[in-house]
Structure formats: structure tokens, C-alpha cells
Design a protein around this ligand. Structure first.
Ligand SMILES: [Fe+2]
Length: 265
């Protein structure tokens, strides 16, 4: 009897989707402008999967970098609008916004100074570095962001292997004012053991503010799915991610409601 009770309890405790996250703040679902979805059909497949996994809203964050992905507000928003139209035609009820994931390079510093950045919401900007070496522009970029009223969210800090043996660096970044965004699939082992271990460390120290999928293709969706049956899911559900605050901020942003759009689109 007791065994049966435990079995049923375990079943009830099982988390079957990601609806507790609500909004995915990091994804490469805009077709044909970075290393994510190649065609609009790819985009739709990815978005459908995320919808079925409980997400209510996705913020598309195509790469912007000086050398490889010279995207702009215009290229990103034009494709976003096509995607929204297609989703509406198909009756897929998920909200799609668009911002960017900025490589911290010289051009990024200029865009920050010119206040030409696309924030995820409010004044929060998603930034990344190479996985091989810390950006030489890191400090100057953080300073430029802050003096121009932006707040940096560092994408997937667990993936920067040059910090793995120097964990104090993460404290330094936090003290400088960087917020951290976890790539949830780090817990599937998709990026390797060292990344997973670092993600466990940062989560255990409550150093993340946000989480994101960073999906580029269906393999990432499968990895995200596999995290649902891992020991980390309960911890993720109980962790205070700030993803849900985005929708609250949106409700109070009356100008964007009037414009039929959200945040600083
Ligand atoms: Fe990304």
C-alpha cells in the first residue's frame, strides 16, 4: 500500500513540461539570419515543439556580431513579422518577440554608446562572448551599457570554459553588474560534463537570474526535453527565475499595449 502511495506521489510530482518558465528569453528561431533555423518551416517546427512543452512566449535572439552576423533591427523585425503572420495562419497561439544576442565586440560597444541596442525587455540586453577566450571588450562594454542605461544579461556563463577553473570570475562579473542566464540544456550534458558541473555550481549559489533554451535546432529541443526527466527539474521549478517578470512588465507598459507590440520593438 505504502509502495503504491509512493509510486502515485512520484507520478504526481513528475514535471511534464516547462510551463513554470512561461517565457523563453533566448532562442534562434528567426529563419535564415544566423546559425539557428534555416527556413520558416524549421522555425515553425521548433516553435510548435516549444509550445507543446508549455512555453507561452518566446523571445527570438538572433546573433549580432561585427564579423559573422551583421544583423540589424530591420533584418530581424522583418523576419519576425513574417513568422508571426505564419503562426497566426496556422493558429499556433504563442507570442513571439524579437531582440538579439550581442557578441561583445568593438561594434557592440559603439551600438551601446549610440543607444541602438535591441533589449529583451525594458533595458535588459542579452550579451555573449566567444567560448574560447574572454572578450577584450568585456569591461568597456559593461561600462558603456551601464552609462547608457542598459542592464547586461550574460548568456550561458556556464559555457565559458576559461572560467571553469577560476570560479571567482563569476563573482567578479556579478559585482560588475552582469545578470546571468542559464542555458537549461546544460543539465542534459549536451555541452559536456564541465559545463554541466559549472551550471550546477552557479545554480547552487543562486547566481542565475534568468534561464533560456538557446535552441537552434531540434537536437536542442530533444536535450531540453531530456532535462524534464532529470534530477534537476524540481530544483529548476523551485528556483526563482525572473522570466515571469517579463510578462508583468509588459502588462504595465501601456504604450506598447497601445502599439499592439511589446517592449522596445
Ligand atoms: Fe544563443
Amino acid at each position: 500500500m505504502w509502495r503504491m502511495f509512493n509510486f502515485l506521489k512520484k507520478k504526481a510530482d513528475k514535471i511534464s513540461n516547462w510551463d513554470f518558465i512561461q517565457t523563453d528569453i533566448h532562442s534562434h528561431i528567426i529563419p535564415g539570419i544566423d546559425d539557428g533555423a534555416e527556413t520558416i518551416e524549421d522555425s515553425i517546427k521548433l516553435i510548435k515543439e516549444m509550445y507543446h512543452h508549455g512555453y507561452k512566449k518566446m523571445i527570438a535572439t538572433p546573433h549580432i556580431s561585427e564579423d559573422i552576423y551583421p544583423n540589424s533591427k530591420e533584418t530581424i523585425f522583418a523576419k519576425r513579422d513574417q513568422l508571426r503572420e505564419k503562426l497566426a495562419k496556422l493558429g499556433i497561439n504563442i507570442k513571439i518577440d524579437a531582440a538579439a544576442e550581442y557578441m561583445i565586440d568593438g561594434n557592440f560597444v559603439n551600438l551601446a554608446k549610440e543607444e541602438q541596442l535591441l533589449p529583451l525587455f525594458d533595458n535588459y540586453v542579452l550579451v555573449e562572448m566567444s567560448y574560447l577566450v574572454e572578450s577584450p571588450y568585456l569591461d568597456i562594454a559593461i561600462f558603456a551599457l551601464q552609462t547608457h542605461g542598459y542592464k547586461p544579461i550574460l548568456a550561458h556563463p556556464e559555457r565559458y570554459s576559461f572560467y571553469h577553473n577560476n570560479l571567482d570570475k563569476y563573482n567578479e562579473l556579478k559585482n560588475k553588474g552582469c545578470l546571468f542566464q542559464l542555458n537549461t540544456i546544460a543539465f542534459s550534458g549536451y555541452y559536456g560534463k564541465s559545463v554541466k558541473k559549472t551550471a550546477e555550481y552557479l545554480l547552487g549559489k543562486n547566481m542565475y537570474e534568468f534561464c533560456g533554451s538557446d535552441i537552434h535546432h531540434l537536437k536542442h529541443v530533444n536535450a531540453l526535453h531530456s532535462v524534464l526527466s532529470s534530477k534537476h527539474t524540481k530544483q529548476l521549478e523551485e528556483y526563482h527565475f525572473r522570466n515571469n517578470e517579463i510578462d508583468l512588465a509588459e502588462q504595465f507598459d501601456s504604450s506598447s499595449v497601445l502599439a499592439g507590440d511589446s517592449f522596445h520593438n
